[in-house]
Write a protein that binds this ligand. Structure first.
Ligand code: ADP
Ligand code: MN
Ligand code: MN
Ligand code: MN
Length: 386
């Protein structure tokens, strides 16, 4: 990135203020999910460190400024659900990032709060102890919205040398990727690895395995961290499932799943039973597996058909893949390869629990639970072309 960009944050200069004592106060950055699949945040001074999430006060924001509420009833409430050490304002671990649910004044979840219903399902079926591991793919863009490291007025050489690549001209943005990796670890996010992807400027990291609703909380916080870190490098992050049309790989959010029964000896039976159930609710799953996913799921570039469910051992062209070692050991986990990179992990994991274990009265993972009138939201997609 151009270092003469005056809007780039001057982290070196900031550093000397970051080390000033806080005189016992704690900075809590409240993070929530907005109307376009992004994160928003604002911070609050606390007089003492919380010892559990219950100690964190409820807060609010102006929902009419984020497309989450109409202007004449604009208060949206922030309810803390998890918190993590803040890797930006470290203060020996005292400052925190707070993941929040959003609620309306009528006592209903905000239209973009899918966590609440997912948590009800997870709670009801807790005895199966669902583990989720998600592979978050994303694309780095420069400030103009063109993929990071790509020639200004054209395209790089065709795909091939970039996946897990090393060396100049093969990978772009490793500094951002490593900064994010360490920041996640510091925050206690269960990040399990990273790799460069098939399209240059595209990367992946994995979060998990995490139990139940915890996966969604951690994945959303990891997305916040990624946006926040890229900001310091003058880069943008897009979770668009097909950022560049044509012969360039799309981006997914492969979802690895297991239950107590699947992890136990003979668990392959439970996995096969799960495949049967998944095959019957393909359309319902696709509804929450990300906007614009049909552009990614073409049957090419290691994806399956958008319309039809399939599964297979070691098959990267199937909707769901059972890995070879799981088939050999007769137990383990399966990988749902359908979700797009921009999907909401609460909806994905909630839908999987619902399909495998059954519905819970009143839970609706698809629709926005509240209709927000007079609000229009657009998906964020990079627009620049050479
Ligand atoms: P791939 O081979 O598809 O690229 P990755 O190694 O990128 O797979 O990601 C695999 C994910 O599966 C990781 O997040 C890992 O934590 C998760 N995982 C491993 N074991 C289990 C399990 N038993 N249940 C659910 N997720 C698991
Ligand atoms: Mn992977
Ligand atoms: Mn990948
Ligand atoms: Mn995968």
């Amino acid at each position: 990135m151009a270092s003469d960009d005056k809007f780039l944050s001057n982290t070196a200069n900031l550093q000397k203020y970051l080390s000033l004592p806080q005189k016992g106060s704690v900075i809590a950055e409240y993070v929530w999910i907005d109307a376009s699949g992004g994160t928003r945040s604002k911070c609050k001074t606390l007089k003492q460190s919380p010892s559990s999430v219950k100690d964190l006060p409820e807060w609010n924001f102006d929902g009419s400024s984020t497309g989450q509420a109409p202007g004449d009833n604009s208060d949206v409430y922030l309810r803390p659900v998890a918190y993590y050490p803040d890797p930006f304002r470290t203060e020996g671990g005292a400052n925190i990032l707070v993941m929040c649910e959003t609620w309306m004044s009528d006592g209903k979840p905000n239209a973009y709060n899918f966590r609440h219903d997912a948590a009800v399902l997870m709670d009801k079926h807790a005895k199966h102890e669902f583990w989720f591991g998600l592979e978050q793919e994303y694309t780095l863009l420069d400030a103009m919205g063109w993929p990071y490291g790509w020639p200004k007025n054209g395209f790089p050489a065709p795909q091939g040398p970039y996946y897990c690549g090393n060396g100049t001209g093969k990978v772009f943005g490793r500094d951002i990727v490593d900064a994010h990796y360490k920041a996640c670890m510091y925050a206690g996010i269960n990040i399990s690895g990273t790799n460069a992807e098939v399209m240059p400027g595209q990367w992946e990291y994995q979060v998990g395995p995490c139990t139940g609703i915890d996966l969604g909380d951690q994945l959303w916080m990891s997305r916040f961290l990624l946006h926040r870190i890229a900001e310091e490098f003058g880069a943008k992050v897009t979770f668009s499932p097909k950022p560049i049309p044509g012969d360039w790989n799309g981006a997914g959010l492969h979802t690895n799943v297991s239950t107590t029964e699947m992890r136990a000896d003979g668990g392959i039976k439970a996995i096969e039973a799960a495949m049967e159930k998944l095959s019957k609710r393909h359309a319902e799953h696709m509804k929450v597996y990300g906007e614009g996913n049909e552009a990614r799921m073409t049957g090419k570039h290691e994806t399956a058909s958008y319309d039809k469910f399939s599964w297979g051992v070691a098959n990267r062209g199937a909707s769901v893949r059972v890995n070879r070692s799981c088939a050999e050991e007769g137990k383990g986990y399966f990988e749902d390869r359908r979700p797009a990179s921009n999907a909401d992990p609460y909806q994905i994991t909630g839908m999987i629990v619902e399909t495998l274990c059954g519905k819970v009265e009143g839970v609706d993972l698809y629709a926005n639970t509240v209709n927000v009138e007079n609000v229009e939201n657009e998906m964020v997609v990079p627009v620049a072309k050479p």
